[in-house]
Design a protein around this ligand. Structure first.
Ligand SMILES: [Zn+2]
Length: 474
């Protein structure tokens, strides 16, 4: 009897625990069930997203309306659901190469159409608010994976002049709803840090200012309270990796103006997360944030937050590189100098901007003791010897894959010259050796702007190689 009682007690206890799990935790843990599986990396396009939006037309409670078209004629949609009085407007990818929140938005739609153990949560949200989500506001930019639109303007500096149709679309929907809340969803540099340390700013927030004085009125205060609540959720998963953006007033930006027009506006910037180049972990965090925000609005839980806690979030700084190699000895004219080397990897696109390979570059040299690398390597006691070009010309990239990479690197060759370097980018993406075409005359001295190709020798023996910005043990 005693055991049965214990069992009953335990079950009730666990049920209570389950019921008390905060919404952000439920959202994060359940994300995989709602993840839009057709999109797995950042370089998707309007044609990939459009059918996913249009199919929502068949879902009860959803409406999908075309708000207009981009300069190049791509339809821009408003996905709307909910019957509550509070109007919530979210828009993503106003910068074409900032797609993380679009992915999360698609996951959010999948969540909202589902019928499962979260029905109560959906009901609570959708009876208290009406959501309007405009995914991929800049489809022409997304097409070429660029920030700006087809006429090369930054939509986020077009809130006053409204010269571009995409800008007018955003302004019109904001005005027609007179939205209570606005979520301006972006991506930021992966090199940003949460304060002066090695923690990436995985998510940064801003409740944009609405005047040069940076006053806080009731509209902006709500945005600050919302950020305080969202930050609490993030600290559970990415402690120390949340920052706040500079809040200087930018009179031409949308966030600042939408705040000014009376919509409590939260800017969410998705930054970097270690070993997550396609931002799939950050997508999950975005999903969690969007759902948490909707729930907070529906229940008004954000009003219980102290807006002053916003200022405790560290500021967005820039202290990260992709790779920092420290304490390298480099020789010049017979003398040796100790330098740290800061290396960043640039994405070069191919396959109609749907894929990329890396070309790296030396971005900093000298004392980098106050900077950090996603990968950080101490080369204490090692001498950097510039990489050499392999003397045997190769016909194409496939031929390069046949070479004995390790042997070449041990002999100081980081780079292979090939006759035909074009059109084999899929292979280039996988290469451990660096490649150059017939014409190139590269310079691999440790100097700013050069491609980081060098061998790290200890007592005259090759120990490591840095090839196109990637560290290899030899
Ligand atoms: Zn942006």
């Amino acid at each position: 009897m005693k055991y049965i009682l214990t069992l009953v007690f335990s079950l009730t206890f666990f049920q209570t625990i389950l019921a008390q799990k905060p919404v952000y935790q439920q959202a994060y843990e359940a994300h995989e069930n709602y993840r839009e599986e057709s999109i797995n990396s950042r370089r998707f396009k309007h044609a990939d997203v459009e059918p996913l939006l249009l199919r929502l037309r068949d879902e009860p409670g959803f409406s999908v309306s075309q708000l207009g078209t981009s300069i190049e004629g791509r339809p821009i949609y408003d996905v709307s659901v909910g019957i509550g009085d509070t109007q919530v407007l979210m828009w993503s990818q106003m910068h074409g190469n900032e797609p993380t929140a679009t992915m999360a938005g698609l996951d959010l739609f999948n969540f909202l159409v589902a019928d499962d153990q979260f029905d109560e949560l959906r009901e609570e949200i959708l009876s208290n608010l009406t959501l309007h989500f405009v995914p991929m506001l800049n489809p022409d930019g997304a097409e070429v994976f660029e920030r700006r639109n087809a006429i090369d303007i930054d939509l986020n500096r077009d809130a006053l002049r409204l010269t571009s149709p995409e800008s007018r679309i955003l302004k019109n929907i904001r005005d027609s709803l007179d939205a209570d809340f606005g979520f301006n969803l972006h991506d930021q540099s992966t090199y940003y840090t949460a304060g002066i340390n090695e923690e990436p700013a995985t998510i940064s927030f801003l409740p944009p200012a609405y005047n040069y004085e940076k006053d806080v009125n009731e509209v902006r205060e709500k945005a600050m309270q919302m950020i305080v609540q969202l930050n609490e959720a993030l600290q559970y998963y990415v402690p120390g990796q949340v920052a706040r953006y500079n809040d200087d007033f930018e009179p031409r930006a949308f966030g600042d103006n939408i705040q000014k027009w009376g919509t409590s506006t939260v800017l969410i910037e998705s930054g970097g997360y270690p070993r997550d180049p396609e931002k799939q972990e950050i997508r999950k965090l975005n999903f969690m944030l969007l759902l948490t925000a909707l729930h907070a609005i529906a229940t008004e839980s954000y009003t219980e937050r102290d807006r002053e806690a916003y200022w405790e979030i560290p500021e967005n700084e820039r202290y990260l590189y992709d790779l920092v190699v420290r304490n390298v000895q480099r020789e010049m004219n017979g003398n040796f100098y100790t330098v740290d080397v800061g290396i960043n990897r640039v994405e070069i696109e191919f396959d109609e901007n749907q894929d990329f390979f890396y070309v790296s570059s030396i971005r900093e040299l000298g004392d980098m003791s106050t900077y950090y690398g996603y990968e950080d390597f101490d080369a204490e006691g090692m001498v950097a010897v510039p990489g050499k070009i392999y003397p045997e010309l190769q016909s194409d990239l496939r031929a390069v894959t046949e070479l004995n990479t390790k042997k070449l690197l041990r002999n100081g060759y980081t780079t292979v010259r090939v006759e035909d370097i074009e059109g084999q980018e899929k292979i280039r993406q996988q290469l451990t050796l660096d490649v150059i075409g017939l014409e190139a005359e590269p310079e691999y001295e440790l100097l700013l702007g050069n491609r980081p190709n060098f061998i790290l020798e200890k007592n005259g023996k090759p120990r490591y190689a840095v090839v196109n910005g990637f560290l290899r043990e030899l």
